[in-house]
Design a protein. Structure first.
Length: 255
């Protein structure tokens, strides 16, 4: 029987962000006994050329719930709207409340400077929430009804799309996870977000987004000599825990 090692929370901007950028790592952690939680600031209401925002959000929430279930996990939406979310009191309080509910051993989020503003906002909200969730006097909004965490929560960032910031400057991850073993399963989880294929084809000029995911992971893997990999950065700011939790538990997959 798999041992329950605790919870890992991927806190991202939109449905499918976590599956795209760290889905393989989440799958490996789930296999080892970690409980997986995926949360998004929005339900992805702008992610369609055909449906209105409410219908789009309803469909994307359903797809996100299915994808999280495939990981053996749970999905949450913090209730924001695409391109209208910021590192503000509303999102901060919602994120802190979620951390106090889930009590994760670590949080994974977007790199602080990614290609679009919602991603940057989610990264900033995750950083604030991991630092603040343990403060008993932070009693804003829904956070007031939940007990503080035991301490500051370790924070990881997955690599931005394309491996660069929005100026095209490449980043060198602190470590890589070899996800070759689970790449097909990752593709199946990502395929749960069926509505996004048409959207990305029109908006981004990118067809077959599952194939694109594999291409990006192959590029990342080539950096360390494996077929497919995901890159990560560790938040090393003052007072943050420096225990290499993910690195230790996935030691056989770390490059």
């Amino acid at each position: 029987m798999t041992t329950d090692l605790g919870a890992i929370l991927a806190l991202c901007a939109h449905p499918d962000d976590a599956e795209f950028r760290c889905g393989g790592t989440l799958l490996l952690l789930a296999r080892m006994g970690w409980r997986i939680h995926i949360a998004t600031l929005t339900a992805g209401d702008c992610g369609s050329m055909e449906m209105g925002p409410n219908a789009t959000a309803t469909r994307r929430r359903a797809e996100a719930e299915i994808a999280a279930a495939r990981l053996g996990g749970q999905y949450y939406c913090l209730g924001g709207q695409d391109l209208q979310v910021y590192d503000d009191n509303v999102m901060r309080a919602a994120a802190v409340a979620l951390l106090r509910e889930v009590r994760p051993a670590a949080v994974i989020t977007h790199y602080p400077t990614d290609y679009m503003p919602d991603h940057d906002a989610a990264s900033a909200v995750a950083r604030m929430a991991t630092f603040t969730a343990s403060m008993p006097n932070y009693v804003v909004g829904p956070a007031a009804s939940r007990a503080p965490t035991a301490g500051i929560v370790p924070l990881y960032y997955f690599s931005p799309l394309g491996g660069t910031d929005y100026f095209g400057v490449p980043y060198q991850p602190h470590f890589w996870v070899n996800v070759t073993e689970v790449i097909e399963e990752k593709a199946e989880v990502l395929a749960c977000h069926a509505s996004q294929r048409d959207w990305l084809r029109v908006q981004h000029g990118m067809d077959q987004y599952i194939l694109q995911m594999k291409a990006w992971d192959a590029e990342t893997g080539a950096q360390v000599g494996v077929p497919y990999a995901e890159g990560f950065f560790v938040h090393r700011g003052h007072a943050y825990p420096q225990t290499p939790l993910i690195q230790e538990h996935l030691a056989g997959y770390i490059r």
